[in-house]
Write a protein that binds this ligand. Structure first.
Ligand SMILES: Nc1ncnc2c1ncn2[C@@H]1O[C@H](COP(=O)(O)OP(=O)(O)OP(=O)(O)O)[C@@H](O)[C@H]1O
Length: 437
């Protein structure tokens, strides 16, 4: 059981110095060892002079499951090696996170990663045949100590958030109370006058939004309307030129770490560390959010099952299909059970079965008090699942309210087309029907 769920390598691509100082093993080197194993039984006795040292090296390995059968690919070889390197003792895994009223949560994201790196040995290194080589730090001699129960607070109304302050000078020893003004009114997200320009383009032009906690909120609008720009500012990926953003009452400009801690984000364009395997990526997401490794492992199993990614977890993310990539990143956005999910086109490229599963997951999340704000071009889907909707056109909110309020007597799609200025003129494309090619 444990061997099938190794904690992935802890790779922080932003800290090359750490890895350069560690003993680094290229996976291609590691792979060369097991590739000899299948050949060993077939080697004639005249090689006895060489076989002795090989036996000695084999005996020195921490765990050797015996000569594997011939392996057809580097991927399987790597997986086999990873499984043979370390089988850590499985710590007691919690089924439910206890209320963490007295447990100190990790507050500064930057601090949690080094701490985990020190305590977690490398257990897995996989790569796809054509994927770039993944470097992995070898496991320290002792296995990881059992990890204590998680200290992750379940989604709950925010009264006060403990956070290092000011965040640019974050100190774990100086917690202060971050004001949570909007939380008292049950607002998961409040935007006031949020504006963003790119040169002469007014991408977002003074947007006001109020998203009550426990809402499934849809952001719709034509291409280039400003949805992604808005979600990117909410997520802290872009800085507004003007205006304020509050996440559960936390001023995102004054307390960006506190605000980000409350959110899970599925960003636009899905840029991620795609040389990692899916398991490694989720591990990275989890420890980055301050989760204990055993909790990450447990939740990774749950999420992989929910998103039908079990088979894909050992493969390089760069080899994922568009829908698989979206699902693994959605899983990464959820792994720390945030209060608010900010999802840019979560259903784009996802198959209908997976979409239905994702919808189920999100609906249950909202039913338990979580809040989802998503952008989508799927009017029927938004109409069906969202409780509130905002129609954005040219960077401005043209309609906002419950789905019924916004659509009125029309369907949401008809209302959308109406607000977006109607259908464009398709005259002038007669040449397309000449089939001259
Ligand atoms: N980094 C950028 N640099 C310059 N212009 C940008 C940048 N990002 C967005 N824009 C512009 O801002 C406007 C809003 O873009 P945005 O991506 O927010 O729209 P959108 O509603 O998400 O569109 P779509 O539905 O096509 O994803 C567009 O005119 C776009 O060209």
């Amino acid at each position: 059981m444990t061997a099938s769920l190794p904690v992935p390598n802890d790779i922080d691509p932003e800290e090359p110095d750490r890895h350069s100082s560690a003993r680094v093993v290229r996976i291609s080197d590691t792979v060369s060892q097991p590739s000899e194993k299948p050949r060993r039984p077939a080697r004639p006795p005249r090689q006895g002079g060489k076989s002795a040292p090989r036996k000695k090296r084999s005996a020195a390995a921490p765990v050797d499951p015996g000569p594997p059968p011939p392996l057809p690919s580097d991927l399987e070889i790597a997986a086999s090696v990873a499984a043979a390197i370390i089988v850590p003792p499985k710590p007691p895994l919690p089924t439910e996170a206890p209320p963490a009223a007295s447990a100190p949560e990790t507050t500064a994201v930057e601090e949690s990663v080094p701490a985990v790196e020190e305590s977690v040995p490398v257990e897995q290194a996989t790569t796809a045949p054509d994927a770039p080589t993944v470097e992995t730090a070898p496991a320290p001699a002792p296995p990881a100590p059992p990890v204590s129960e998680p200290v992750v607070a379940p989604p709950a109304p925010v009264e006060a958030e403990t956070e290092a302050q000011p965040e640019d000078e974050a100190s774990p020893h100086a917690p202060v109370v971050v004001p949570t003004l909007g939380a008292a009114a049950g607002e998961a997200l409040v935007l006031r006058g949020v504006t963003k320009r790119f040169g002469s383009t007014h991408a977002v032009d003074g947007i006001d939004l109020t998203v009550p906690a426990g809402t499934f909120y849809g952001l719709v609008g034509p291409n280039g309307a400003g949805k992604t720009t808005t979600l990117s500012m909410i997520a802290g990926l872009l800085e507004p030129d003007r205006g304020t953003i509050e996440v559960a009452g936390v001023d995102a400009a004054a307390h960006p770490l506190a605000a980000k801690k409350l959110m899970g984000v599925l960003p636009d364009r899905l840029r991620t560390f795609d040389r990692l395997t899916g398991r490694q990526l989720l591990y990275y997401y989890g420890v980055l959010r301050g989760l204990p490794p055993a909790v990450v492992e447990s939740r990774t199993t749950d999420l992989a099952r929910a998103f039908d990614l079990q088979e894909a977890l050992g493969r390089s993310v760069s080899d994922y299909s568009a829908g698989m990539l979206k699902k693994v990143m959605l899983a990464g956005a959820m792994i720390h059970s945030p209060r608010l999910l900010v999802l840019d086109e979560p259903f784009e490229a996802v198959d209908p079965v997976s979409s239905a599963i994702i919808l189920d997951i999100l609906s249950a999340y909202v039913a338990h008090g979580g809040t989802v704000i998503l952008s989508s071009h799927g009017m029927e889907l938004v109409e069906r699942v969202c409780t509130r909707v905002a129609v954005i056109v040219a960077g401005q909110v043209l309609a906002e309210g419950t789905v019924d309020e916004v659509r009125g007597e029309l369907t949401l799609e008809q209302r959308f087309v109406e607000l977006a200025g109607g259908l464009s003129d398709v005259e002038g494309l007669e040449w397309l029907h000449t089939f001259s090619g």
